[in-house]
Ligand binder design. Structure first.
Ligand code: GLY
Length: 415
C-alpha cells in the first residue's frame, strides 16, 4: 500500500516503523526517517498542499500525525478528494481544538471531568481565581502546541498565564485540579466502534522528580503495572464509547485516534484532556509492542470498517521511551549541535524528532531531538535497555531524565 504520513516528530517516526513493508512517504519528516520513507516537504497547515502531495504520491492512505492539519481541515479535504485518511474531520477534531467544546460533549455524554469556567475578559480573571485553587489549572482554550496549560499553586503565575492567553485573543479555561496518576489511553475510533491500545504514561516535566517546566513529554512507558484490573475497559466504557456515541448523535462522527488523558481517582477515571491524534512520546513506547500490522488497522478506520478488526495483538512485556533534549529545552533549545553514537540509524531503538543531516552527520534541529525505546520482560528491564542505548549517544549540552517509569517500578504510584 502507498501511505503518506504527515508530520515530523518521534511519533511519526514510530508510525513509519510500525508500517514498514509498505511504500512510505513522509512530509515534512526529518533526517532520521529517510531510511524508512521518501521525505517530501509540505506545509502541514495547508489542506490543499496535503491533498496535492497525496495525489502526487498516489497515496492509498494518508495518516495525519499532528493536530494542526486536523484542526485546519486536512481530513475533510482528503475525504472530498476521495483519498482514505486516518484522522478526524475539522469538526470532530474540536475535541482537541476547543477545550470548551470537549467539555460540552462530555457533559452531554455524562463523562466525568474537572469542573471548568470559561473566561473571555480580563476583568473576570480574579473571580475565577477565587473560585479555583489552591492548585490552579489554567488552559488556553485553543491549540497551543503543548504550551497552553499551566498547573500551579502560585496565584500570580496562574493570573499571568490567563492574561497572556487572553492578550493573544483566546478564551481561558479555569479548571478544578484532578488528583490521581494520569493514564494516556489511545483509542481507535470509527463512529461508535472503539478499539483501545495499551495504556501508557508520559513524563511532562523537564527534570527528574517532576521538577522544572512542562515540556512536550520527556519519556513514557507502557503498559501500566499500577492500573487496576479492568482499568482499560472502564476508560473505554465510561469515556471513549459515550463520547464516540455523542459525536455520532451530533452528526460529527469521529474517525481516527482519540487520545484520552485521564486521572485515575479513587472512584475511577476522569478526563483531563482529549487529543485528536496519537500522543508523543507515548506512541513510541506503545507501538513498539504492537504485533498487529498497523497499516491495515489504520486503513480499516479510514474506510469505516474498524468493527471487523477485533482486538489488537501485543507482545508480552513492557516498553519504555526516553527523550534526549537539546540544551535549553523547552525555553530556548540550542540547535545545530552534532549528534553521534550507535543505533542512530536503528528505528527499533532510536526514533528521531528534531534532527537534520549536515554534511552526512546528524545535527539537532529541535528541542526534543530523539527518543530511545527499550523493551523488556519487566518494566525495569525495558527502562534499563533504553538507558543503555541513550548513554551511547552524544550531543553536547543535551540532557535526559534518568527517572522514566521509576515511580511505577518502585511501586510508588498510589491509587
Ligand atoms: N503526550 C502528550 C501529548 O502528546 O500531547
Amino acid at each position: 500500500m502507498r501511505i503518506l504520513v504527515i508530520g515530523s516528530g518521534g511519533r511519526e517516526h514510530a508510525l513509519l516503523h510500525a508500517m514498514q513493508g509498505h511504500e512510505l512517504t513522509v512530509a515534512p519528516g526529518n533526517a532520521g526517517m529517510s531510511r524508512l520513507a521518501t521525505v517530501r516537504s509540505v506545509d502541514v497547515a495547508s489542506p490543499d498542499e496535503i491533498v496535492a502531495l497525496a495525489r502526487d504520491t498516489e497515496a492509498e492512505l494518508v495518516v495525519i500525525g499532528p493536530e494542526v492539519p486536523l484542526v485546519a481541515g486536512a481530513a475533510d479535504a482528503l475525504i472530498a478528494a476521495g483519498i482514505p485518511v486516518f484522522g478526524p474531520t475539522k469538526a470532530a477534531a474540536q475535541l482537541e481544538g476547543s477545550k470548551a467544546f470537549a467539555k460540552d460533549v462530555m457533559a452531554s455524554a455524562g463523562v466525568l471531568t474537572a469542573s471548568a469556567t470559561r473566561v473571555e475578559a480580563v476583568e473576570d480573571v480574579e473571580a475565577a481565581l477565587d473560585q479555583y485553587g489552591p492548585r490552579y489549572v489554567v488552559k488556553d482554550d485553543g491549540l497551543a502546541g503543548g504550551k497552553g496549560v499551566v498547573v500551579t499553586e502560585d496565584r500570580a503565575e496562574a493570573r499571568a498565564h490567563a492574561e497572556a492567553v487572553l492578550a493573544a485573543g483566546n478564551p481561558v479555561l479555569f479548571e478544578s485540579f484532578l488528583e490521581g496518576p494520569e493514564v494516556s489511553l489511545f483509542c481507535l475510533v470509527d463512529g461508535e466502534t472503539v478499539v483501545p491500545l495499551l495504556p501508557a504514561q508520559d513524563h511532562k516535566r523537564a527534570f527528574d522528580g517532576d521538577a522544572g517546566p512542562n515540556t512536550g513529554g520527556m519519556g513514557a512507558y507502557a503498559p501500566l503495572p499500577w492500573l487496576p484490573e479492568g482499568g482499560v475497559e472502564r476508560i473505554v466504557d465510561e469515556i471513549a464509547r459515550p463520547v464516540a456515541a455523542e459525536m455520532v448523535r451530533r452528526g460529527i462522527p469521529y474517525q481516527g485516534l482519540l487520545y484520552i488523558g485521564a486521572a485515575w481517582r479513587p472512584e475511577g477515571p476522569a478526563v483531563v484532556e482529549f487529543n485528536a491524534r496519537f500522543g508523543d512520546p507515548e506512541t513510541q513506547a506503545v507501538l513498539s509492542l504492537l504485533e498487529t500490522p498497523l497499516a491495515e488497522v489504520l486503513l480499516a478506520v479510514a474506510e469505516g470498517h474498524l468493527s471487523e478488526v477485533g482486538e489488537l495483538q501485543w507482545r508480552d512485556g513492557f516498553a519504555a521511551m526516553v527523550v534526549l533534549a537539546a540544551e535549553g529545552y523547552p525555553q530556548a533549545a540550542k540547535t545545530g549541535g552534532a549528534i553521534t553514537g550507535e543505533a542512530l540509524d536503528d528505528p527499533a531503538k532510536v526514533l528521531h524528532a528534531g534532527t537534520a543531516l549536515e554534511g552526512g552527520e546528524y545535527v539537532a534541529s529541535g528541542g526534543r531531538v530523539l527518543g530511545v525505546v527499550g523493551q523488556g520482560a519487566t518494566l525495569e528491564e525495558a527502562v534499563g535497555n533504553a538507558y543503555r542505548v541513550i548513554e551511547g549517544i552524544e550531543l553536547p549540552g543535551s540532557f535526559y531524565r534518568s527517572d522514566i517509569a521509576r515511580p511505577a517500578i518502585e511501586g510508588a504510584i498510589s491509587l
